[in-house]
Design a protein around this ligand. Sequence first.
Ligand code: ADP
Length: 597
Amino acid sequence: MEPLPTLVQTTPINKLATNSSVHVSNFNAIRNVKHIQKFQRRLSLENRKSYGFKHQVYIGVSTLDSSGHPIKKVRVANHSSLVTGFNLNDFSWPSPNDEIAFWKKHFRSWDVTSHYVDNVVKDTDVMHIIHVTAEMAPIAKVGGLGDVVTGLSRACLLRGHKVEIMLPFYECIQKQQIEDLCEDGTYNSFHNGNWVSIRAYRGAVSGIPVILIQPSNHFFKGPSVYGGSYNELEAYLFFSRACLEYIQVYGTQPDVMHVHEWQTGALPILYWDMYHNLSIKKPRLVLTIHNLEYYGECRVEQFSMCGLDGSFYATVEKAADDRTIGHNPERLSLLKGGIVYSNAVTTVSPTYLKETLCSGWLASTLIRHHEKYLGILNGIDIALWNPATDVFLPANFHEQNIEGKLICKHYIQRGLGLDPECSVRGGCLQHNVRKPLVICITRLVAQKGLHLINSAIQHIQEIGGQMVLLGKAPDARVNHEFEYLASVYNGGCNIRVLLTYSEELSHMLYAAADMVLVPSMYEPCGLAQMIGMRYGAVPIVRKTGGLADTVFDMDDQANLDKANGFVFEGIDEGSLKFTLERAFRYYKERSTMVVAA
Ligand code: ADP
């Protein structure tokens, strides 16, 4: 037995299985992981507090009626019928015929740093944390990953930690949103037998320091974050090594390197088997799995491009894709490698943690590493998602005054050419009819329940509601299917199918909506339902993953104290329709329940 090392783990994790120091190293690794776990757990609790998770704008609660009897109360956005706080004579209402669509006009810039929450308790054990990620909101966002990286970083900054985010300098990155952007220097990183020159830039995005990695080759060029005309797997493999190379060249020693998804799954391997043996000694590695379906399939020789011998990792214990073992050729999975080589692995909700331990080919790996695997519920960034200060909204509102929400609804209805439920009279909005507006904002991929979204469009029209779908389909066939729906419905006055990505429009829709639909087949966490709740929209969700952890049904007698939305379990259209009808009944029958949430 080797002498007990005085410092934390000295043996790269990949050697543990064969090395005689396995127990010592394991113990040290676990001790260290525990430290990280404690930190993560505290953070998540704090997040949920500071993200307003317990205090969302509209949480359905059981309260007493005037005679002292409990009434079930969904705090739907049933505004008073008369909006008086705004002078609507001065309002310029949009129209579908506007030359520039209302969500594409210029918005004033938004300094969310001025909305930092005061009285956040600072941590005493301050750490230096570097996130390494493919997405960051709002400069390079495709889905929830971008939101979470930004929100988590801001939460850690507020608690006194030093936080930096490293991401590729995509050609399409929204440079105008990066403050103090300047070149930090040039250095080289290895790729496929050559050293590639890199420019590193520094700046800040809504107060969060960023380090942008710009290789001199063709990687990360193109009009969108993903789907460029370069090999994505090779590009992110290169990026993972380039980040470590940067840290080595600049001599930093962060406490935690937090990597996300398959794109950065190779970084823990490169760290323990290469850079930790060079000069980066201090960091411990945390991997967050935001979606296990994307696992970074990689050929052995492709992996070798990063400078490590890919064949060394083609075993069940390391990075082999278990399903390909014995086949020709065998494959690796970058995500699996990340799971094996990280000190702690988190996923984004407790229910998704359980689901991933029970199904899917990576379950056996996660079970093997269950001691370091945690399910921590995501939160949202309440500075970026704040209806009281949101610059994209035609009128702001908050818990104590929701008049602005009715204006947002009227604005969207007029701008998209939907039947407005109010008219403007004497500078005020006056209700004529009541039509619940349901929104669905999502990537249009199979995971999101495409057949249910499709069926909701039809059914909501039939039962007297309105629906706006804002979605982008990466797959041409799916895009075609929804284009067809757009051609059928967009001429009418109740449904809009908008096949685009727009951050600005998404904010306006959350603000305008009465209900937000998330009918996913599986959902690791889901942010749309949380953002919806923060903007006063009641969630209608399928009971899966993080949706099951955040939305509780109004009619579930066992959970009345938590009830805040509508939940269904089946994947069939009948279950969805029944739930939509229940939600609509609440909306209509309880329309007298005007709330100041
Ligand atoms: P996922 O990460 O699987 O895409 P989440 O619900 O976790 O799903 O996060 C989705 C995020 O992306 C939310 O902030 C949502 O508002 C946003 N989003 C999705 N599609 C669009 C779109 N077409 N336009 C604008 N925002 C979108």
